[in-house]
Design a protein around this ligand. Sequence first.
Ligand SMILES: [Zn+2]
Length: 96
Amino acid sequence: MNLRPPARRGSGIAAKALSPTTTPGHTNPNKQVVIAATGAPSPLRDRQSIYHLRCSLCRHDYGCNGMDIKARLCPNCQGGQPGEPLREPATLSLFD
Ligand SMILES: [Zn+2]
């Protein structure tokens, strides 16, 4: 008899289908590291939100929308576009 467990096709593929470039800890080819998702809407790209990125070369922190992470260049030391607004969780208020 052959009692091998069934192959779980697709269980890994589904995870890879999500944008891995937006996962905290991801480093793009330009050494820009994803720190966290801020959840704030991007002013540059419709239906994209801003992620907190940090340059691993100069430690510059800035915001970047999800679509641009994979090719992002540091605005401080690599001549990239200026960072998008970065809203730190600690500064959030109830706007009252
Ligand atoms: Zn830099």
